[in-house]
Design a protein around this ligand. Structure first.
Ligand code: NDP
Length: 282
């Protein structure tokens, strides 16, 4: 039977460590504050924003909430970001995606001070990751690395295959596995003979955005399989990019959905918030 990697337990462990760290910082008179900006009322975004604020509260990070109407203009939003960039008491700025049509996501994310970009989406932070400099790393792939490390799974020297090359998940995931000395292949929709590629993987990360696409015939016997996908199936139940039922029996270890990668994203956002202080004061 495979090891089921418990993302809920690992994320709680990380949040508890951060809570302690934040308490110690408070003793030294240091407080942390995350500004969360939401434009419109997309139901999924409302849930994510609520969970982010709850995590801040748990860890002891202050949160500033900006709930802006759907009609907010680009200039208004840029104005708020500019003000938050200049505020000494604000350590992190997060703009919840997706933004309503009419707002230029790229321009808005580029406007965030890279030293406050706790989502790790700013080109400066993406560049820092690729050349091995300090900076914020996109939370979901950073969470995957923590899941592997804290489950005692070695990355160094392993064949790692990432299916997906988005800017938020696939690409930073590949960069991080490379940083950990994995031998990394990034597969995508134009990859030929995908099954042959994925079957080489000792560590297979599925970030493909297609429900249960990765079935047993994509996976080598004894592989570690990390499922980044989140979908609702026909019965409104959560499922991933991996067909868990058929894949799990072949694996050394696997993440479930829910309870695998999902809870790690917010834990890593909190870690970025805590680390923002030292980045801003180096
Ligand atoms: P995107 O849709 O942006 O990217 C999907 C990637 O998969 C693309 O690079 C695409 O290739 C590739 N792809 C699509 N179809 C195939 C195929 N048939 N064969 C091979 N590759 C394919 O998705 P995201 O990266 O944003 O998200 C991936 C998944 O992770 C989604 O299910 C999403 O819901 C989930 N997610 C989960 C998070 C969490 O907290 N757990 C956070 C963020 C995302 P190409 O570039 O060629 O189009």
């Amino acid at each position: 039977m495979p090891t089921i990697i418990d993302g809920k337990a690992i994320s709680t462990q990380i949040k508890d460590e951060l809570k302690e760290q934040v308490a110690k910082m408070k003793e030294q008179g240091i407080t942390l504050c995350l500004a969360v900006i939401q434009v419109g009322a997309d139901p999924a975004s409302c849930v994510y924003v609520r969970n982010k604020k709850k995590a801040c509260e748990y860890i002891g990070i202050e949160s500033l909430s900006y709930e802006l109407p759907e009609e907010t203009t680009q200039e208004e939003l840029l104005g708020i970001i500019k003000e938050l960039n200049s505020r000494k008491d604000v350590n992190g700025i997060l703009v919840q995606l997706p933004l309503p049509k009419g707002l230029d996501e790229e321009k808005i994310l580029d406007a965030i001070d890279p030293l406050k970009d706790v989502d790790g989406f700013h080109p400066m932070n993406v560049g820092n990751l690729s050349i091995g400099r300090k900076g914020f790393v996109s939370c979901t792939p950073a969470g995957v690395i923590q899941l592997l490390k804290r489950s005692g799974i070695e990355i160094e020297g392993k064949e790692c295959v990432v299916v997906g090359r988005s800017n938020i998940v696939g690409k930073p995931m590949s960069m991080l596995l490379l940083r950990e000395n994995g031998t990394v292949t990034t597969a995508h929709s134009r990859t030929k003979n995908l099954k042959e590629v994925t079957k080489r993987a000792d560590i297979l990360v599925a970030a493909v955005g297609k429900p249960r696409m990765i079935t047993a015939d994509y996976v080598k016997e004894g592989a570690v399989v990390i499922d980044v996908g989140i979908h609702r199936n026909e019965d409104n139940k959560l499922c991933g990019d991996v067909d868990y039922e058929s894949v799990a029996p072949k694996c050394q270890a696997i993440t479930p959905v829910p309870g695998g990668v999902g809870p790690m994203t917010i834990a890593m956002l909190m870690k970025n918030c805590v680390e923002s202080y030292s980045l801003q004061n180096q």
